[in-house]
Design a protein around this ligand. Structure first.
Ligand code: HEM
Length: 509
């Protein structure tokens, strides 16, 4: 049997290793026992976690699978962040994996190595001859608000692959355009700085871009995903008004000896929450007549990546990140992410339908891959992590599998999420839930069918927040370490003085 490598669906069987890129994966909960499951139980659970296909909700209606609290763009910004931090092309779904022996091919830092690669000297083909600006791809149309829209430069292979620092950032059309937008942001920052001082060094521009991005992760992405109170509990200086130097970060579960690492509880479980936020269909801009499905067998109608897609598909980011006051229905509607719940949209159950990402995909269900990966890395159960963290454990009678809505395919009789109990699928799951599932079910518990925003809960939210903040705090080059009072450039701020991902994306137009 051909050996399966983790990221091969994304075409990465032979990624070159470079010592400069390597960190190690490790564990947060080193003393907790690994949760044991049979492969059959996990496969059965994975099957239940993939929704059956249903017709798309028209744009004239609000889709009850949407999360009112999180705009759809955060899903792909989350994926972009993941690709900046982690990349494990080597672990196998067929053997036990030791996190301490698993290499992270991305530096566990918010340093945008997925944009910069190894820099202009080592990878000159991603930079303009000036060695300062990124080479951009062809002009894109369809979004009148962004006449300067550009795609990614591509090679001449068939299909044409993007020439970028991390090939995974071309996995789907949305993350691909986010990568192109971030390259443009670097170029805009470079122009701004060169105007001020024509002798500005590339490293200074790189630092400014990284710090703007880190700012957005801390002040926009994290509060959106885990809630501001969780962020404040880890960084009390944000509330006290003192400096981070005086009012130090409070990391309760994540610690490291020399340099922070990527914990497998984060990369194999908690941070994969984003898979459940993927929508089945997206509007890219107002000019296109149709919306595009996330993945399908017909690349002309879907967002399959790793190929050149129509140049009329320029994304209007205002449909993905609310610019303020966007309507909830119609062609200009703000698209919301799907709820973080124990259900993935149907196309993610069979990634092989997107031929370009199929590779040698022997396990095409993303749900199954996540669950098997958790088993292979010997992750503890969600319940044992909750107990360790002194957080009330969700009783088995509340652990449901399905969509967090009441008129979905599997509505709960008692008005509570889905009918199907985790323990109906296998008795092995009694007080023993896979960590990825548990993080999702925790978020799902917030569902009240009254328009509540679903965010990550106390276990998932703390793992995600402590790791992301820990990586920032432990990076001696981050803005939190180097410049306590640093603020984003004034010209990029919104009217209220804030700088969010939507402002970053507006600055490039
Ligand atoms: C359409 C969107 C996405 C697709 C098709 C996708 C697909 C995949 C695939 C195939 C893997 C490898 C699975 C394995 O073999 O273990 C993976 C890993 C992963 N994904 Fe996604 N993903 C998507 C979006 C996201 C989002 C939105 C997030 C988080 C916000 C995310 C977080 C992760 C993480 C943390 C890993 C492990 C990375 C590593 O350590 O190498 N993904 N994804």
């Amino acid at each position: 049997m051909k050996k399966f490598h983790g990221t091969s669906p994304r075409g990465l069987l032979n990624h070159p290793a470079s010592p400069a890129f390597e960190g190690v994966f490790g564990r947060i909960f080193r003393t907790l026992p690994k949760a044991d499951f049979s492969v059959k139980a996990l496969k059965d659970l994975a099957k239940e976690m993939v929704a059956t296909p249903d017709p798309p909700t028209p744009e004239t209606e609000i889709d009850d699978e949407e999360n009112p609290g999180i705009d759809a763009g955060y899903t792909y910004f989350g994926q972009f962040i993941d690709h900046d931090l982690t990349f494990d092309p080597n672990s196998s779904l067929q053997k036990q994996n030791d996190p301490n022996g698993t290499i992270d091919f991305r530096s566990p830092k918010f340093d945008l190595d997925n944009l910069y690669g190894r820099g202009p000297n080592d990878q000159p083909y991603i930079y303009e001859p000036d060695g300062v600006h990124f080479i951009l791809g062809p002009a894109m149309t369809g979004n009148a608000k962004d006449p300067k829209a550009r795609g990614l430069q591509r090679n001449n292979s068939d299909p044409k692959r993007a020439i970028i620092g991390d090939p995974r950032n071309d996995e789907n059309v949305i993350v691909s355009q986010l990568q192109a937008s971030m390259l443009r942001f670097h170029n805009v920052v470079a122009d701004n700085m060169l105007k001020e001082n024509p002798n500005t060094a590339f490293e200074a521009m790189q630092q400014a871009v990284r710090w703007h991005y880190q700012w957005v992760v801390l002040h926009d992405f994290l509060p959106t995903i885990v809630g501001q109170p969780m962020v404040n509990s880890i960084l009390p200086h944000l509330v006290s008004g003192k400096s981070i130097f005086e009012d130090k970060p409070k990391l309760t579960i994540f610690s490291w000896s020399n340099d922070p690492f990527i914990p497998v509880e984060f990369s194999v479980a908690a941070y994969r929450f984003g898979h459940s936020m993927v929508r089945p269909i997206y509007r890219l801009n107002q000019t296109l007549v149709d919306r595009q499905t996330i993945f399908s067998g017909d690349p002309n109608k879907s967002l399959n990546g790793f190929r050149e897609f129509p140049l009329t598909w320029a994304i209007d980011w205002d449909l993905f990140f609310d610019p303020g006051g966007a309507p909830l229905v119609g062609k200009n509607r703000i698209q919301k992410a799907y709820k973080p719940d124990t259900s993935l949209v149907n196309p993610l159950g069979d990634l092989a339908i997107a031929k370009e990402i199929s590779g040698d995909l022997q396990i095409p269900s993303l749900a199954e891959r996540n669950l098997l990966r958790g088993k292979e890395f010997g992750l503890p159960s969600g319940q044992s992590v909750a107990r360790y963290m002194n957080i009330p454990v969700i009783p088995d009678s509340d652990l449901r599998v399905g969509k967090a809505n009441e008129d979905g395919e599997n509505p709960g009789k008692d008005g509570k999420i889905a009918n199907k109990l985790l323990t109906d699928i296998s008795k092995e799951f009694k007080d023993n839930a896979p960590l990825w599932y548990y993080v999702l079910t925790e978020a799902q518990q917030e569902f009240k069918n009254n328009g509540t925003a679903l965010k990550l809960g106390p276990v998932g939210g703390r793992i995600v927040a402590e790791v992301l903040i820990g990586l920032l705090v432990g990076d001696s080059f981050s803005f939190l370490s180097q410049h306590h009072d640093w603020k984003p450039f004034k010209q990029f701020l919104d009217k209220t003085g804030q700088f969010k991902i939507r402002d970053l994306l507006r600055s490039i137009r």
